[in-house]
Design a protein around this ligand. Sequence first.
Ligand SMILES: [Zn+2]
Ligand SMILES: [Zn+2]
Length: 731
Amino acid sequence: MRRLNTILLLLLIQPGFCAAAPSAYQLYLRGELSKAASSYFSDAAAAPGQARPLLNAAMCLRQAGRYRAAAAALEEALKRDTYNPDIYSELGWLRFHQADYDGARAAFEGALGIQELHARAELGLASVYANLDDKEKTLLHLEKYRKLRPDFSGVDYILAWNFMNFKLYKEAEEALIEALRKDPTFTEARLPLAGIYARQGKFNEAWNQYFRVLDYAPRHPLATSMMKVLEGKLTKQPEEIRPPFRIVKPLKMEPVDAVASLLKSVKLRVGIGTNSAGKQGRNNLLRVKSFEGLSVTGKVSGKVFATIPPDETWFAVYENGAVVLKDPDGKVYGRFQGPVLLKPLKINGSVIFDASSKIKNPWFSGADRQYRGVIELFPIKGRGIGVVNTLESELYLLGVVPSEVAPQWPYESLKAQAVIARTQILIRRARGGLHKKDGYHICDGQHCQAYKGMSIEANTTSRAVVDTEGEILTYHGKPAYTFYHSNCGGWIQASKEVNGWGDSPYLVTKSDTQPDKPLAPMDPWNFHLWLTDNPQANCNYPGRVRAAEFRWMKIIKHKDMTFRVNKDYAVGELLDIVPLQRSPSGNVNSILLKGAKKTVTVSREHLIRNILGFSSLKSTLFEIEINRFKNGKVRNYWLYGGGWGHAIGMCQSGAAGLAGKYDKKYREILEFYFPGTNIRKIKYAPKKKAPVTPAAAAEPEMEPVPQDLPALPDPAPLPENPDEVPSPQLP
Ligand SMILES: [Zn+2]
Ligand SMILES: [Zn+2]
């Protein structure tokens, strides 16, 4: 009795006690999958007419790796909802992944008996026949699947996977080429294609494919070792097989309107040719030239050391910790231990880097590069030549917008991109920025925002920069965190859901669809159907956006997955992979890797993306199905995913869809992705020499956007007294 009193008392002093119990859905999002399933089963018992709680329970059990229990829940659900083809189809998949092919076939046929054109059931049936070694029926059902999902690169990949199994290499080759046409980043499709070429003795083609794998998955072990093997067998020079992109001198030089009409803006230092961490690449050598002529000046001394004539290519070589400048005859003009500046001799001129296969940094070896403004070269001890491009921020944006989005996209989406890219500059520059130690404000890769320089500039994107000149996105008067990503997969993720991203009131979760209305979050069953289907969304925009960015899939062999995971975590042979936490958007925010030796939980966005397969996953929006042999051993992993990038902030593909499909203006697009923010205009100083009018001077400036942002310190790796050491060979 006394005990009971205590309990009653406890309940009384915790008024929220009952309300605090998490719902089945909350348990599912937290990754407490068994508890979530139990909770859905209680819901099912309370509502005996409803199949939905059982379907949700089944999805929780499936995610937890308990396929037998999940299948039992679906069988129970079928008693409540007899004519639902999706339940039959998913039951088929659960049986298929447990190597119960007869059971799977019956379930898939059940689905197709109710709904003739059921894509997932067709794929399932094809997969069943592949395992029963029935080539004809496998290909028949894959063909039907292809008709239902024609734009899906996963179709061609699965076709190729099956052709390979049936040793139909010619057909596999065609299917892989098709998969790569739809998705050039599809490393898992490129590797077998390279293998097919190598098998056929087409060594040049094989080498080229392995080379391209490294574009998307640098240091890929198989590609790296195969390129070495093939190098002795090539019949052409590597540069002939893969000629670098060349910039040729234009016939006439027309003044660019954008440059003439833009005001002088703040100077920006951009790290060029940086790696995925935003650090300088290994530049052992650079070949520099210009169409206008270049002056070579010591940054500290201001002394002019040389003038590079127009169209002449000079060399900057990293030797003994210095940048050594040589003319085409190899004559040395200086050994610089500090920064040296390359300035075009004419206004609106540019600095060009000629590509050469001798350069270790792929950014400068694969294609010529061209930059406005000034190029600063400096030695980085033990690494090579650092390259920084200094130019006005509005001119920088001319090269950013077309690097980030397609210049042929609907115009209002280009303007939205220009505004958020400009806002990113302020965010990245604040307090010296993320790259303070590197000696620049912003890097030129995905790490900050892509900047490919002048050669990629396009009329449409330049106009978008001019039309939005000085405009940034603000929240309560301060620059907003204008994060963006390529494609959200149909649902935007809130920043607070992701480890280390902070909680901004305008970086919220929402469905990326029109009309813009709050939708109920997806329960586990709904989410699964949505992710494996081709649903309507702003970013599902055929013709403008690659279908492979919106929906993707890959199959990874058990041996490869175990190898990859063990490179980072010594878990031993992999026994299970269980996604735990999910955002309401469906993005996975922690994942359990169960191995024979130990079990680890990975919960950083980029780690989750990098660890599951040889090339990183496009996003964390995925489900994983584990395919096992009859004896329970893992055979391979099927991943179904959506989107490209972190899904926080603006969906670039969705912005294109909002502008192109729904006629939205850039302000509406920005309001959609960053609700509660405003567009404000920075006041730039007028161009040099033009007098400052009292009216302009009297106008109040925006608080958080100072015109003269504090200058960054010199690059950290520089020596104490960074001056040039003139070469003794100089006359
Ligand atoms: Zn960066
Ligand atoms: Zn989207």
